[in-house]
Each structure stands twice: as structure tokens, then as C-alpha cells.
Design a protein around this ligand. Structure first.
Ligand code: 13P
Length: 249
């Protein structure tokens, strides 16, 4: 465990209908009763976000966005700015998720601009990085991760909080996870890079692991040095699983 704040984030991706808001309410009720030393965040699809904020405003559960536009406002059909997330009552916004990098061709420069926008709005960006299977097989994991860190983290992060989501792409939604040693190695490299880039605030930046985290493996992964929390996809959709992950921390 590092000096960073603990953070568990559920990324619902393009899943969930109004009927599923009960899962968010169940998480909110539970963490209100069994206080968690850190932040618990759910990032539902944008269609549910305002409803989720209304339902959880009295609880410690925080609602976040899954992406944002780098500009504050304007003619960008379909997009949501960081300022809009702020106005809604969100506190975190995920940026640079590998699915955005892959399907929408977002590169480090775009991710950096979005991260700066989230900070500008007064929210915390959860900046995602992670290697593909080919990159890991070629022995390039650490090089890829270092390059993504220096390319995706904006200058503003020296004086404002950010979080990092380390998500090996091949572990997302596949049921596969790196070994404990591999996760430890990646997180300790990320910590060293953050300290190089951000100075002392690099030692208190939460580094989350993501990729097939579930109740059966969360305890072991979350016990690793420099794993300050989790970025959970599939297992965050059901409150029972997500709460088990939170409880195992
Ligand atoms: P899974 O937990 O479904 O593998 O997804 C991880 C992820 O991409 C969270 O952002």
C-alpha cells in the first residue's frame, strides 16, 4: 500500500438501463453503512448519470464520466465536456480508456488534452494506460507504459490530483490477468515514472489496476504494493460483486 488515496471505480461502459439504477443505489446504501477509507466511484453511461447523481447525492458514492471532450462547449454533436460533467455533480472522468484509444483512435496527445480539460473543470481525471498482448509478448510492456505516461499526463497534473488506471488490454473482459509479479512490476514502474514526472505528488497519485478484476482475485491484486485500487468493468455491473470487491480491499 502506498501513500495514495484508495479508489475503487466501476466502469459500466455501454451497459445499463434505468432498471439497473437499483444496483447503484445498493452500492450507495452499503458504503454509507460500512464506510470505506477512500473513494468509491461508478461511471455509468451518460444516459443514466444524472439519475444516478440524484439517487446517490446523500451517500458517499461518487458518480463519474467515462470520457469527455477537450473543449468546454461548442458545436461537437454527441460529445460531453468536462464542465458538463462538473455541472452534473460528477467528481471523476475516465480518459484514454483503451477502448477509446482503439475504436476512436485517441492517441496520447488527445488523452493529454482531455486530462487537462478534466483538471480545468476541477475534477479528477482517471488516465488509462496499458499494453496490448503483442506489446507484452515482444517484451515492450514497460516501454509502452512509460511512453503513455509521459505522453498522456498534462503539465497541470503537477498541482492537481489525477489517478492512473493501468489496464493491460489483453486482460480486459477476457478473464485473463497478469501474474501478481507482473502487476507489481508494472505498478512499481508507473510509480517511479510518476515521481519523475510529477515530483512529490507522484508518490500520492492513486494507481488502479484494471482488467478482469472480480471478487475471486481482487483481494490478492489489491494487496500488491502500489496498487491503490481497481478499475472494474464487468464485475461492477452487479452490486453484489462490486461490493465484494470493495469489501476485500
Ligand atoms: P473488465 O473488468 O470487464 O475486464 O473491464 C476492465 C475495464 O476496462 C475497466 O475500465
Amino acid at each position: 500500500m502506498s501513500n495514495a488515496k484508495s479508489l475503487i471505480v466501476g466502469n459500466w461502459k455501454m451497459n445499463g438501463l434505468r432498471a439497473d439504477l437499483k444496483e447503484i443505489e445498493a452500492v450507495a446504501d452499503s458504503i454509507q453503512q460500512n464506510s470505506f477509507n477512500g473513494d468509491v466511484v461508478i461511471c455509468p453511461p451518460a444516459t443514466l448519470a444524472a439519475l444516478a447523481v440524484d439517487k446517490t447525492v446523500q451517500s458517499p458514492l461518487k458518480i463519474g464520466g467515462q470520457d469527455c471532450h477537450a473543449k468546454e462547449a461548442g458545436a461537437f454533436t454527441g460529445d460531453i465536456s468536462a464542465e458538463k460533467w462538473k455541472d452534473l455533480g460528477a467528481e471523476y472522468v475516465i480518459v484514454g480508456h483503451s477502448e477509446r484509444r482503439e475504436y476512436y483512435r485517441e492517441d496520447d496527445k488527445a488523452v493529454r488534452a482531455k486530462s487537462a480539460a478534466v483538471i480545468r473543470a476541477g475534477l479528477t481525471p482517471i488516465i488509462c494506460i496499458g499494453e496490448s498482448l503483442e506489446e507484452r509478448r515482444a517484451g515492450n510492456t514497460l516501454a509502452v507504459v512509460s511512453e503513455q505516461i509521459s505522453g498522456s499526463i498534462p503539465e497541470e497534473a503537477k498541482s492537481s490530483p489525477i489517478a492512473i488506471g493501468y489496464e493491460p488490454i489483453w486482460a480486459i473482459g477476457t478473464g485473463l490477468t497478469p501474474s501478481i509479479e507482473e502487476i507489481a512490476e508494472a505498478h512499481s514502474l508507473i510509480r517511479a515514472e510518476l515521481e519523475k514526472l510529477l515530483g512529490t505528488s507522484g508518490s500520492t497519485t492513486p494507481i488502479l489496476y484494471g482488467g478482469s478484476m472480480k471478487p475471486s482475485n481482487a483481494k490478492e491484486i489489491l494487496a500488491i504494493d502500489d496498487v491503490d485500487g481497481g478499475l472494474v468493468g464487468g464485475a461492477s455491473l452487479k452490486s453484489k460483486d462490486f461490493l465484494e470487491i470493495i469489501a476485500s480491499f
